[in-house]
Structures are given as structure tokens and as C-alpha cells.
Design a protein around this ligand. Structure first.
Ligand code: 5GP
Length: 237
């Protein structure tokens, strides 16, 4: 699939138009950012690792009956996806307390959350992705009532599939962020699932193997992503 003009460049991916108007090419770059773009770095191999990681996860989700935008790998750093009309919201499920929930609610890191929590955030760096609820989404027209229900259902279905997948690799899926979009009448999982957008801890040691290594200056960021990929049996170039 021939890629054409650049449509949009995000903090870690570039999105290109291609000859099929219903498809896009996602280019995973080595750029890494945190704190709404305030901390940025280039981490060699990260684009390739995340591209292959995302492909693997999207394929496992599709096998489990969860429709995603992913079509196929095009190269080390690029994947072909369906072109969705994205909802400007992030869906976060947490199995264990970490990150912003600890800061917002004053709870300690590492608590089991039963049931897992669900939160919506508005995708808006300038406003620091504020937490919102279903009423905001509907009142401001960011998505419809059925879309909201579908996003919640799919986000929890992803939890059921991925918690087990990571557990089999000796990893705890602490939390993750998903983004969805409309494709015709369907709501599909879009964006990416990589260690940039989830938290993964080693089940024995609770060592962090995700983007918190970058956020917290712990080092060996890509090495940790590669360790997760190796445990999952993902082939890296
Ligand atoms: P928190 O709300 O604790 O900062 O994030 C919860 C989960 O969602 C974490 O796994 C985090 O990596 C992911 N997440 C939240 N917002 C973003 C975002 O804007 N970009 C990315 N890549 N991940 C996010």
C-alpha cells in the first residue's frame, strides 16, 4: 500500500493518507513524550518495537472477537489501518492503583481494584487531558449514547483478554488507555496498544516494564519493552 501525504503527526506516531481513502498508514517513530509533551526524547528501536507489539496485541484482540482498525504490518515501523472517525476521548481501565488515580484520590500505589475502575478523559494536551464523564461526552457531542456504551463494553472486554495474555507471560496488566473511532456503523478500537499506553509490572518483583520507566527516569525503557515482547513471543527485527 503506497503511502501518500502526511495527514497528522502526533507525539509518537505519524499518520499518512494512502491510495485507499478508507485506510491510513501509521508510522511509529522513536520519539517518546510524557507530561503532555513537556518531556521528550528519542529512544532507538522504540518505533519498531511498538509497531510489532501493537500488531501482535491487535491480532490477539481480533482473534478474541474484538474489532480493531489494524489490518497488517507494512514494514518495521509502519502498519496499515482502517481510517476511523476518532472520538476525542480516552478510555482507561485500572486493575491496580498507579499514576494519576493515586495523585487525584490520595491512594497508595499497588492496591488491587475490585471491580476494576473505568475513567474517561478528554484528549486535549493544552487542558492536560482532564477527566470527564458520560454526561460531558454527550452534552458536548464528543460521542453518542450508544458509542459511549460500546466503548465501555469493548474496553472491559479488552481487559478480560489481555489480563490473561500478560499473566501467562508473568506480567500484571496494571492499567491501560484505549481510543476508539467510528467506521461506518461500527465502533472499532483505534490508535495503539503498546507499553507507551499501559502499565505492566513483573508479577514476582513488580518491576515496571512500561512507559513509567521514561516518566520516572528509571532508564532501560526500550529494553523493558523488548523484555515484555520477548516474554509474549513477539518477533522483533
Ligand atoms: P494515568 O491516568 O494514570 O496517567 O494513566 C492511566 C493509563 O493510561 C496509563 O497506562 C497511561 O500510560 C495511559 N495513558 C493515559 N493518558 C495517556 C496519554 O495521553 N498517552 C498515552 N500514551 N498513554 C496514556
Amino acid at each position: 500500500m503506497e503511502k501518500r501525504a502526511e495527514l497528522y503527526s502526533g507525539k509518537a506516531k505519524t499518520v499518512y493518507l494512502c491510495e485507499d481513502p478508507q485506510r491510513l498508514v501509521l508510522g511509529f517513530r522513536d520519539d517518546t513524550s510524557a507530561f503532555d509533551g513537556e518531556k521528550v526524547s528519542r529512544l532507538a528501536r522504540k518505533g519498531m518495537v511498538n509497531n510489532r507489539f501493537n500488531a501482535f496485541i491487535m491480532e490477539r484482540l481480533a482473534e478474541a472477537g474484538i474489532s480493531t482498525h489494524f489490518e497488517r504490518l507494512l514494514s518495521d515501523n509502519e502498519s496499515l489501518v482502517k481510517r476511523l472517525e476518532m472520538f476525542p476521548v480516552e478510555c482507561v481501565v485500572r486493575n491496580i492503583s498507579a499514576g494519576s488515580i493515586c495523585r487525584r484520590l490520595g491512594v497508595e500505589e499497588g492496591l488491587d481494584l475490585d471491580p476494576p475502575t473505568f475513567e474517561f478523559f478528554l484528549k486535549n494536551d493544552a487542558l492536560h487531558d482532564p477527566m470527564i464523564n458520560e454526561y460531558h461526552i454527550r452534552a458536548f457531542g464528543w460521542a453518542g449514547e450508544q458509542d459511549v456504551e460500546r466503548m465501555k463494553t469493548l474496553t472491559f472486554e479488552v481487559n478480560d483478554v489481555l489480563k490473561g495474555l500478560f499473566a501467562d507471560a508473568g506480567l500484571i496488566l496494571v492499567d491501560y488507555k484505549l481510543e476508539f473511532g467510528r467506521f461506518g456503523d461500527d465502533v472499532l478500537l483505534g490508535d495503539e496498544f503498546t507499553p507507551d499506553g499501559c502499565r505492566l509490572w513483573d508479577v514476582q518483583t513488580r518491576k515496571k516494564l512500561d512507559k513509567d520507566r521514561f516518566r520516572q527516569g528509571l532508564g532501560d525503557v526500550v529494553e523493558a519493552y523488548e523484555e515484555v515482547a520477548r516474554r509474549l513471543g513477539i518477533e522483533l527485527g
